[in-house]
Write a protein that binds this ligand. Sequence first.
Ligand code: ZN
Length: 435
Amino acid sequence: MANPKTATATPDLEFARSLCGFIDRSPSPFHVVATAVEALEAAGFSPVDLEAAWPGGGKHYVARGGALVAWIDTDADAITPFTIVGAHTDSPNLRVKPQPDMGRANFRQLGVEIYGGVLLNSWLDRDLGISGRVAVRGSGKKKDQITEQLVLVDRPVARLPQLAIHLDRKANEGLALNKQTHMAPVWGIGVAEDGDFANFIAAEAGIKAADIVSWDLMFHDTAPSALVGPEEEFVSAPRLDNQLSCFIALEALLATKGAASSIPMIAFFDHEEVGSTSATGASSPLLGSIVERSVAGRGGSADDHHRAIASSLVVSSDNAHATHPNYADRHEPDHHITLNDGPVIKINANERYATDATTAARFQVACEQAGVPFQKFVNRTDLGCGSTIGPITAAELGADTVDIGCPQLAMHSARELSGSHDPGYLRDALLQLLG
Ligand code: ZN
């Protein structure tokens, strides 16, 4: 069956430009949450404290580290189902070690861990900034109190220079990079001293180095995201996997009219790139407990909770592989995926994706109703298939789930490429489902 390309929707390039702005403001999972929270609060959403008594129906959100859940249950009754769009906030990158100060040959360098399935070569020869969060000690009587502070150094302060070809004549036959010995960025000249990095971060954050207890800090490409191509066909940006989905889900939630048929909800998880097993990952009880407490907060019983779940839908949105023109043989020949031909429904018989015939149909019908094209992806049968938060969320929550996403190239590169029409298409399809 050929993929239908009879869309009635027109491309929304302004939306793709807004996506670029969202990504540029959000270099770490914590910044994704902060950027989204800013938009939610401007739209009247209020925070819910997991340690406090649950509020009644309304427009609420829960933010925890790199995870965020937001929903509108203003007019819902106790058995109203949920329509949940799930995504992940993390992307593969380089993370600063706890004692990072190191160097050799009169260069000051920073020790890094590799987070997730990084395409190591893509980090070479880029201007790198630093972002994330630090845990900070209080002063005086509050010196044992720890608070969390976001840090953003959004200018080039480090660089990973590639070895000159004269010193590696076989570089173009397959570049081999050792994670321990080849990936430490240079960030200064001279002899490294313990505390250099902490002093730098303290100055940037406006705090005392002695008050920094620990950090979750990472590098990012400082080049701004852009629409590229003669007619701006493409989005060139870091972290499209999966901030593209976060942005679109957020914008769809903000645009819902609050239909009474289901409760619109977005659920962004951290740590997808490293297996989702954490307090803020898709394997955590975070989403399930919020759904349960939302039902209870509106006066629902345990039975009402199970009834609501039984008719809920999770749309797991994560980018899909478009067919790469230079490596078309790596893709399933009868399911080629192209940019700007609409969202991709992902199917895998071995449950690497949670889609089944029924949930695929629900998403396909939503695309048809919204007048946007859609495509169907399966992996080559002789290649291993990636996965998403879809199967994990389905198993944790027990709700019907479909795996979908916008197509892209260069997944897990420091700089990825997607189509500029697809974000608007996916927004319209999600909006059809969210109501
Ligand atoms: Zn992803």
